[in-house]
Design a protein around this ligand. Sequence first.
Ligand code: GLN
Length: 192
Amino acid sequence: MIGVLALQGNFDSHIKILKKINLKHKLVKTSDDLSSVDGLIIPGGESTTITNLLRKNQSLMDGINKLSKKKPILGSCAGLILMSKESNDSRVHNFAFLDVITSRNAYGRQVHSFEAKINVTDGSISSDIDVLFIRAPKIDKINNDVEVLATFQEEVVAVKQGIHIGISCHPELLNETLIHEICFKGKYEISR
Ligand code: GLN
């Protein structure tokens, strides 16, 4: 069962993807909700708002930190910002699950949202998937131990470090399941 952080943002569309790949889900609003989850999704939304809500709930923050030691966490867009080591904005909490530096809104404002194909490579998987960039962050720097999982126009748009994945855009809004499968399903269950 995969937890989906449901404080703010587009957690619904992630639930749709989990259903599509036959994984059970659980909405996570408190630290108690983290018990018995096998992974967590931090969705897109507004990283400052999610931060404010998290800062009001220290035990949830502690619980997420603890979970990250053992279970995979997937962050998209605002979720990636929160998972980064730095995002150069003190209003945002950085869990530092991914040793990367991100910059918020670097792909432009809401009106500059766009659809694109990104290339995902992981082991024997190499596949183009459709995504939406919505006020997306850029990944400015990736440090040692961080693998590039996807690129778009030669820029890194998704990364993997150990069991954790962060992606700057939204595959879940275009019904793409590959990133969720890589994060939460065994390699051999993915056929592409
Ligand atoms: N720009 C938002 C932020 O900085 C992220 C946008 C998104 O999640 N689609 O939090």
